[in-house]
Ligand binder design. Structure first.
Ligand code: URA
Length: 263
């Protein structure tokens, strides 16, 4: 399928100048598409196949990778925020401003956050009908209680129109065993689990506001630490410290999109 975009947007997104500046260049006849002078910025072009020259210099499409970030606590999952640092501020790349986070983690939540410039991909991963699995490690107040496992599976009233969709809860400590299979839960994560607290893994397929905190709050419990360790079948790379990032490989991208319950 042809991937047509506006010429002025293509030029502005690929470092030629601001929208106003590129419009001036177009009006001055300095922009050629496939050898023909472009007359207006709203002309559509295909970045894959069309050759664009500005003052005789070929404009290459900048390839912006999908990014896996280990989000640290204290930054907000947004592109801009008047008060706090955002996840975009952590990406030290010339194309950082083109990225946006796929969904939100709370300011105090850590772990796997995907950043992309691909709106269609983000929509696929966020759509409530796609049920992409999201797995979290949490430190929760109180001792392990197996009855919660059934409640989480059956759905919980968190004050929304409908109960939450079935969630999988696993107690990891102190007497529920440990699951470090993905390598994404470190010894220092476990060490956060103190007296009268328990460590859990929880997998949900929705993304309601403060969902996990509200699910535990329904049973009088507080979430003291929350870290997302996987989305779909894509696990957080354990070699990434909080604040570090790397591009997602094509194979990982496939795994991310395969981790749906019904699709
Ligand atoms: N649930 C929460 O409560 N917070 C998050 O950041 C993610 C899921």
């Amino acid at each position: 399928m042809s991937n047509q975009v506006r010429l002025d947007r293509f030029l502005a997104n690929n470092g030629v100048g601001s929208r106003a500046e590129v419009k001036k260049l177009i009006r001055a006849g300095k922009v050629l598409i496939n050898g023909t002078g472009a007359v207006s910025g709203d002309r559509k072009m295909d970045p894959e196949t069309d050759e664009v020259l500005v003052d005789g210099k070929k404009i290459q499409r900048e390839v912006v990778p999908v990014i896996m970030l280990n989000k640290p606590a204290g930054v907000v999952s947004a592109t801009e925020d008047g008060r706090s640092a955002t996840v975009i501020d952590l990406i030290h790349e010339p194309w950082a401003k083109k990225l946006f986070p796929v969904g939100r983690l709370d300011k105090d939540t850590e772990g796997l956050l995907i950043l992309t410039q691909d709106g269609a991909m983000a929509h696929e991963l966020l759509s409530p009908t796609k049920h992409v699995r999201k797995t979290y490690f949490a430190v929760v107040s109180g001792a392990p209680d197996a009855s919660l496992i059934d409640h989480f599976r059956e759905g919980i009233d968190i004050g929304e129109k409908r109960r939450t969709l079935p969630a999988v809860l696993v107690f990891l400590s102190p007497d529920g065993g440990r699951d470090t299979s993905a390598g994404t839960i470190s010894e220092s994560d476990y060490a956060r689990c103190g007296a009268d607290e328990c460590c859990v893994l929880i997998t949900i397929t929705e993304g309601k506001f403060h969902q996990i905190k509200r699910m535990f709050a329904a049973f009088g419990r507080e979430v003291h630490f929350l870290k997302r360790i996987a989305m779909g079948d894509l696990a957080l790379d354990p070699s990434l410290s909080p604040g570090e990032y790397r591009p997602v490989t094509d194979e990982e991208l496939k795994r991310l999109q395969e981790g749906r319950e019904n699709g």
